[in-house]
Ligand binder design. Structure first.
Ligand code: PMP
Ligand code: GLN
Length: 384
């Protein structure tokens, strides 16, 4: 006899990031698909982590995270968003932003609950909802502005709606939610029992003098929220997989119940290093302008080809349509570009539950200038 496995995610395949990165390696293509920098991480932070290991910070950290790190996060929030957040009761260090989001869903969802999300949506949200037996309710962002139609949100809400997840700056479009968006969300949720999960991993990657409207700035939203962050995006070390979830004390207490039994705690040396490095305000505030220059450099380098770039005000990403080059669906075109042009991208159709296809590709511009020059040279000779 052999045990029969009943999949919890029967219709979920391998993530598009894994698929496109594998294809990039197979075809020796430049990888502008999966979002990761190809330049070194913050050097001071790297040195601090090495020192932390050498100094013996190599045993378990506390379950909620190394306290000086949580205190440093609380101070940063006070400075940036003017809010007092308790390091003891409201901040939990997690193994990456992905885990913070997953655990937030785990904490609140029961089978049959509905969760509203906006498509294109980061690819982990729907599997996180499904694995809890809950139901994803996808609302498309208006194309091509990628703004939220709040009337659609109002009509999607019903007695089964347990949560809404938002993401700003947005992956894959680089769209940033405005103060008006946040106030509208606040007024919609005011008289409901709906939780909010806010994915703010690109908090510092914001351009064009836009402000990050963190949920932490809106007390009436924060009281029902799990706000998720990632250090990987702040210091260009995506492989560190360290993040945190901020939620009011009663929600954090419930969050920690599951956190303690799926990870218990996170890698200690990086927490010790970050506790020190977060005191350097300039280090996290310089990353936005640095990435904005890369976005501008990428936009300039794309001028000689037939892709049509869409606006991006944040994140590592910018999207483009390609109607002047090909009629292929986005996934097929992304495969063709990898194989024939030697540049890997992400088809935005992979961010839609039902594969809705506006023929858009996502490019990651968090790369060295030489990488951008060579990738765009290849794109231009393929698509002129
Ligand atoms: N949310 C979004 C929108 C992302 O793009 C990512 C990927 N980096 C994450 C969450 C996950 O962050 P982490 O790598 O820290 O798990
Ligand atoms: N967040 C990254 C992206 O959107 C990928 C992370 C991952 O590979 N899971 O490209």
């Amino acid at each position: 006899m052999f045990p029969t496995l009943t999949s919890k995610l029967p219709n979920t395949g391998t993530s598009i990031f894994t698929t496109m990165s594998a294809l990039a390696i197979e075809h020796n293509a430049i990888n502008l698909g999966q979002g990761f920098p190809d330049f070194p991480m913050d050097e001071q932070l790297s040195a601090l982590a090495q020192q932390a290991i050498a100094k013996g910070h190599n045993q378990y950290a506390p379950m909620a995270g190394y306290l000086p790190l949580r205190e440093a996060i609380a101070e940063k929030i006070k400075l940036l968003y003017g809010e007092n957040i308790s390091a003891h009761d409201s901040i939990t260090i997690t193994p990456g932003g992905t885990n913070a989001i997953y655990n937030a869903f785990n904490t609140i969802l029961q089978p049959g609950d509905e969760v509203i999300l906006f498509e294109p949506a980061y690819d982990s949200y729907i599997p996180n909802i499904l694995v809890n037996g809950a139901i994803p309710i996808a609302i498309p962002l208006s194309f091509p502005s990628f703004s939220i139609d709040w009337e659609k949100v109002k009509s999607a809400i019903n007695k089964k709606t347990k949560a809404i997840i938002i993401n700003s700056p947005h992956n894959p479009t680089g769209k940033v939610l405005s103060d008006d968006d946040m106030l509208m969300l606040s007024s919609i949720l005011k008289d409901t029992e709906i939780f909010l999960i806010s994915d703010e991993v690109y908090e510092h990657l914001i351009f064009d003098e836009k402000k990050h409207n963190s949920v932490l700035k809106y007390p009436e939203l924060f009281e029902r929220s799990f706000v998720c962050f990632s250090f990987g995006k702040v210091y260009n070390c995506t492989g560190w997989k360290l993040g945190y979830c901020i939620a009011p004390p009663s929600l954090s207490a419930e969050f920690r119940k599951t956190h303690q039994f799926n990870s218990f705690c996170c890698f200690t040396p990086t927490q010790v290093a970050l506790a020190e490095h977060l005191k350097n305000v300039e280090a996290y505030q310089s990353i936005g302008p640095m990435m904005e220059k890369k976005r501008n450099f990428f936009i300039n380098s794309m001028k000689d080809n037939l892709f049509t770039l869409l606006p991006s005000h944040g994140s590592y990403f910018i999207c483009a349509t390609y109607e002047k080059i090909s009629n292929l669906p986005a996934k097929d075109f992304a495969i063709e570009l990898t194989q024939k042009a030697g540049v890997a991208t992400i088809p935005v159709s992979a961010f839609y539950k039902d594969g809705n296809d506006e023929n858009v590709l996502r490019f990651c511009f968090a790369k060295k200038e030489e990488t951008i020059i060579e990738a765009t040279r290849r794109l231009s000779s393929f698509a002129v």
